[in-house]
Design a binder for this molecule. Sequence first.
Ligand code: GAR
Length: 202
Amino acid sequence: MLNIAILGSGKGSNAQAIIEAIAARTLDARIVCVISDVADAFLLERARQHGLPALHVDCAPFKTKLDGAAEQRVIEILRAYQADVIVLAGFMRIIKAGLLGAYAGRIINIHPALLPAFPGLASWQQALDYGVKVAGCTVHFVDAGTDTGPIIVQRAVPVLDGDTPATLHARIQVEEHEAYPAALRLIASGKLRLAGRRVLAS
Ligand code: GAR
């Protein structure tokens, strides 16, 4: 059984989609822990509602990255819960070398754009500003770059006349909630192999 750890900073709708896919038995996996850098993230509340271990890790003094003592704490938690795959679901910090090295090839992310277009923040706003007619989302392996790494799944949505950042992001999120379980199904079924072996608790 694939052990999933979820890291996120926000409302956790992607986590919810993964929880529901597991409950519906369309994804053969279990969520072993949910971690957030934001103490009052609704993601953690959702996890508790589903009886999942929900942990806050204070990432100060860093504002935009997971580094130092917080990174070590996250690695300890992932090992303790025997995570096989680290699922970034709205985790708004850059992953640094310590975690990348500890879980090489086993960290995946969802990004609200058709990468390599529009990496970084508020990609739906970038898409509107650029005037693209097709937007979407990407699930990809995480490497040392910002929103780079091999692509696993992409799903497209049209950009409609009159779209606002909010309406476009909402349309993208509908596809995200299909894309993340689909990507995890590829991994859980063995069709897509993760690099390295499970890191056992030491
Ligand atoms: C999602 O749209 C995700 O693609 C985005 O944050 C949102 C989290 O939503 N992630 C990024 O922008 C990362 N670069 P959620 O908390 O409801 O899952």
